[in-house]
Design a protein. Structure first.
Lengths: 334, 334
């Protein structure tokens, strides 16, 4: 038997991550994703130590329906970013996949070139089963990457559901990828998602598709005039076109991100948004913990009250009062 | 000085409401709407007593954007219902109005004829300022009306926001009123609202507008084929036309409501939905009480933790842990 390797202490972990040790960074993200209490504890001890070194990256969210070419887009944009001497971490959320021993089968190969780039770090996150948990895990992975010194963090998600709102709430800049020649309905993009975007990019703007992409650019520019963005004050949401095939549009895309950050930093909106995001994460986290605490303490009573309420033997108000009282009593008598 | 009239006891109140005393019913709804603790306590004592006598009405929600003719539609439908020997209570939610000493100025006159009908009871509910509270107040007013013996309860709301979901969750049948010749966007109807409807009625189908209403009926019927209704199993959402001017379509509208209730009662869906709704109201109520309890016990700490998190002095996870601990300790040391 080989002796079991001792786990690094939080201090060793933190030091290693700050020195750019990618293996330790990967392990730390696995800890963040773990549901084991010991792993969770170590993960949070680590995050506390690294917190002072977070917040220095540009945080970018990218979304779009399957088929829009997200991976190819990110691969090309990533090359553009690292060519400018910046380091990049890409965190992808795939709601349809599940963790298989800490990694997602087949996923890492989606961005082949970028995954071999020494200035880039790519990490898929499975959405898994945990309700609400995936957003927190992704955000914590993002903080770990920031502490590791990455200049740009891209969080990729699929533009079809709840995860967009979570990602919008963890990034500075939210980019929506669209296809030309398809109505919103066909693209499955929910109305609210377009309203969250700081910029739109029409992908695959090459060859026979180039003209349609230009037309779509005009149409979406018009449409966005009707949708005021209450978040990004004094920012006109631009619509760009890009082609991973020709490389066109990536210069402009990245310039837009930098222009947005400059603009919102100057107005104070950038920092105000981050502060607001931090507060939201705290409140979300608290609700998660509170619901777990309820689950652990009064779940049996809750279930029986639900049955009584369903059978109309008890009013929902009276049942709610009894449940709150039981929860309070539970802690009183501990 | 005249001596102050003693308030009826919960038992006197309950007996009076069950005997059909409309003044007491109105006062009870005012108690339900009150934010004074003593009023709330009396309201809930009353609701507990009346609970066994609730649940016997057909609960109907009606929504549509301003201008669609909701009041006129309800007035005409109401006349149709009372002509059949049924009694009707109409509860209207107006998100833009506020309570002025228990009544909404000018509102009662909107359904002039119905308000003079001895078989109908009309009561506006102001949405007011209380977050989340209005839905509970409306639902409790509905229960009071049921205990008073009304055969049909109509809850009217404006089809532009969050209140539709609350109303959908308190009624058996949800009716969406639409105008002909206006796209969804122009009507301000959110996509999700159409998917919640058990039937659509195109209003003002008379005179020059009749042809457009027929066309709209066809178009919406087509559109609804694409939107499967996961709630109403084996129910094809019908699209009707109606005119309050000619009286056309109200027979068919009411027949549709009755057919829906017969159909879902036979399948068990009707009662299953009500049970599910009761459970949801219980859980909603519990969350309201829990948040109020948090507010009363650890609000100061919560605010200071929010500040620390905003300044990035504390991770949102650590702050959440501390807040939960403080909340638990608060009850432990009471």
């Amino acid at each position: 038997m080989t002796p079991r390797k001792a786990r690094p202490t939080p201090d060793q972990f933190a030091a290693g991550i700050r020195e750019g040790n990618r293996v330790l960074l990967g392990q730390a993200i696995t800890l963040v994703e773990s549901t084991l209490p010991a792993d969770q504890e170590l993960a949070h001890a680590l995050l506390e130590r690294l917190l002072p070194y977070t917040g220095n990256a540009i945080r970018m969210g990218i979304t779009g329906v399957p088929g829009v070419g997200k991976s190819t887009f990110i691969e090309t944009l990533g090359k553009h970013i690292t060519n400018q001497g910046k380091t990049l971490a890409v965190l992808t959320i795939d709601p349809s996949s599940r963790l298989t021993g800490g990694s997602i089968l087949g996923d890492k190969t989606r961005m082949e070139e970028l995954s071999r780039n020494p200035h880039a770090f790519i990490r898929p996150t499975a959405a898994g089963d945990a309700l609400g948990g995936v957003a927190h895990r992704t955000r914590e992975a993002m903080l770990l990457c920031e502490a590791a010194g990455y200049d740009v963090i891209i969080v990729e998600t699929v533009g079809v559901g709840q995860s967009e709102i979570s990602v919008r709430n963890m990034v500075d800049f939210f980019l929506l990828l669209m296809l030309a020649g398809a109505g919103d309905e066909l693209q499955g993009i929910k109305k609210g998602i377009m309203e969250m975007a700081d910029a739109l990019v029409i992908t695959k703007a090459d060859g026979e598709n180039k003209k349609a992409a230009q037309e779509a650019r005009g149409a979406y520019t018009q449409a966005l005039h009707l949708v005021a963005s209450p978040l990004a004050n004094e920012w006109t949401v631009p619509v760009l076109t890009a082609s991973a095939l020709t490389g066109d549009g990536f210069d402009e895309t990245w310039a837009t991100v930098e222009r947005y950050c400059d603009h919102t930093r100057a107005s104070g909106f950038f920092q105000a948004t981050r502060s607001r995001q931090n507060i939201n994460w705290f409140n979300d986290y608290f609700q998660l913990l509170l619901q777990a605490d309820l689950q652990a303490s009064v779940q049996a009573l809750r279930s029986s009250l639900e049955q009584a309420v369903a059978r109309q033997e008890l009013s929902s108000h009276e049942a709610a009062l009894r449940l709150l009282q039981a929860y309070r009593d539970h802690h009183r008598t501990l």
